[in-house]
Design a protein around this ligand. Structure first.
Ligand code: ZN
Length: 472
């Protein structure tokens, strides 16, 4: 007789019968840092919906509950609040009707839907929340999503802090270091179960003689905090998006915007020289009169002279390119858009401030900011429709009527603008990639139904069993 059998045979009572349960219901709390457009909220909705549809086959019903966001930009805070107030895109199909709704009483214990202002304060118990206008408790969460500020690390940034371990500095120009410290202090204090961290290719760049990267610093810190992880390098176009994302970029941008540059006599002189040389090298005639089609296209008239020139030269050099980023300098305007494997057209990475001329639509035109957001997987048309139908105030005045003296009467500045949408699109996470990663992480979890706390009798029982084992 084995030790276990002998121990069991001496039990006074038979083992409790396991209740027959068809499926279990679980809630996972989620939160996002540097939330941006809060696309993670819709990723969690999609995941919850998938689990609710598959409860018969997967044996459990899982729903993701958004606990809080953290964003320092005022307009982005309003965008996030609008998303949370509107709730899921398909409430009838979503297990959760709104971000604040709770079926198990969590909302009584926690104030859900907080938007914290400053990531660096999240290591504490309380932090300033812009939704409730006070210090709110900083909750823990099961799943944390962070899309770190990538200014200092991005290869697209000519001022990036090369040859430096940005994460080891106390602060950095583009605030990547501050974001990083805020993030690690939150993780250290509140220990989220799962962490998804999105950044750019520059994170992996090796620095110094020891061939270490900021990614190594991040991995080491997480290890010290008790986490194990796996870095992934993904291209959004492999996950069903019509655009590339997280592909290393070797480009330099000196101009803030093409329009500003074209107004400067000095840079327009440089441009003309550059364009002339380019045309010569490509065997093209520079300064040729534009064909009739662009003149008839009203979108062409919205371009500056420099952008028109860039477009014409790019068309002559690569007539088949599907997308031309006319805000770029020559040589970086277009890339091959036809994917040889899938025979599908793939747009380049959406970047902040880019002007993408779409050749694949008739007549060709500039990409709209909403479309750029859609190209990241963000459900922009549905979100903007909800904002309208839910009557979300898109002016900042009424929301900011916090007793301060208002000089103007009538509606204030509009926060929901094309430029905000463009900024969010350029910095957004590729949502199908996030969905795939979160899905894999959740699938790897071992779910166990809630066990009630042991009674005193059961504890005594267990201890006596241990005593028996010790006597054997
Ligand atoms: Zn709050």
């Amino acid at each position: 007789m084995s030790l276990l059998e002998r121990a069991v045979s001496r039990r006074d009572r038979p083992p409790a019968q396991l209740a027959e349960v068809k499926y279990f219901r679980f809630h996972l709390s989620t939160a996002s840092l540097v939330s941006g457009s809060e696309g993670a909220f819709y990723v969690m909705e999609a995941l919850s919906r998938a689990y609710s549809l598959g409860k018969e086959t997967c044996g459990c019903r899982l729903s993701m509950k958004h606990f809080f966001s953290c964003e320092s930009n005022k307009d982005k805070q309003r965008w996030i609040q609008a998303a949370l107030n509107c709730g899921p895109l398909m409430p009838a199909l979503s297990p959760l009707k709104s971000a604040y709704e709770s079926s198990d009483g969590d909302s009584e214990l926690l104030q859900l839907g907080c938007i914290f202002q400053d990531i660096e304060t999240l290591g504490g118990c309380e932090a300033h929340c812009v939704v409730h206008g006070k210090l709110c408790p900083v909750p823990g969460c099961d799943l944390l999503v962070i899309g770190s500020s990538c200014e200092d690390l991005s290869k697209a940034n000519p001022r990036k802090e090369t040859q430096k371990f940005v994460f080891q500095q106390s602060n950095s120009l583009g605030s990547s270091a501050q974001t990083y410290h805020g993030f690690t202090s939150y993780v250290a204090a509140h220990s989220p179960g799962l962490v998804t961290y999105e950044n750019v290719g520059g994170l992996e760049e090796q620095i110094g003689a020891h061939a270490q990267s900021n990614l190594d610093v991040l991995m080491q810190t997480m290890k010290e905090l008790g986490y194990s992880g796996q870095p992934l390098r993904t291209d959004a176009s492999s996950f069903g998006l019509p655009a590339r994302r997280l592909k290393p970029f070797l480009e330099e941008r000196k101009e803030k915007s093409a329009k500003a540059a074209s107004k400067s006599p000095k840079s327009s002189g440089n441009c003309a020289d550059q364009h002339m040389k380019f045309a010569e090298a490509e065997g093209l005639r520079w300064g040729q009169t534009y064909p009739q089609e662009p003149k008839l296209n009203p979108w062409f008239g919205t371009l500056t002279a420099r952008e028109q020139d860039v477009l014409a030269l790019s068309r002559a050099q690569a007539p088949d390119a599907g997308f031309r980023n006319v805000s770029q300098s020559l040589g970086r305007v277009h890339t091959a858009s036809l994917c040889k494997d899938t025979k599908k057209r793939v747009a380049p990475t959406m970047l902040p401030g880019q002007l993408l001329f779409l050749e694949l639509v008739k007549p060709p035109r500039l990409m709209l900011d909403q479309e750029a957001l859609l190209f990241q997987g963000f459900p922009a048309p549905q979100f903007l429709k909800l904002v309208e139908t839910e009557g979300i105030d898109v002016y900042e005045c009424s929301a900011a009527a916090s007793g301060s003296v208002r000089k103007r009467s009538g509606p204030g500045r509009k926060w929901l603008t094309e430029s905000l949408t463009a900024d969010l699109a350029g910095n957004a996470m590729a949502l199908p990639v996030l969905l795939a990663i979160v899905q894999s992480a959740v699938a790897s979890l071992l779910f166990r139904p809630d066990s009630r706390a042991s009674t005193r009798e059961e504890t005594a029982d267990a201890l006596s069993a241990l005593g028996i084992l010790a006597d054997l």
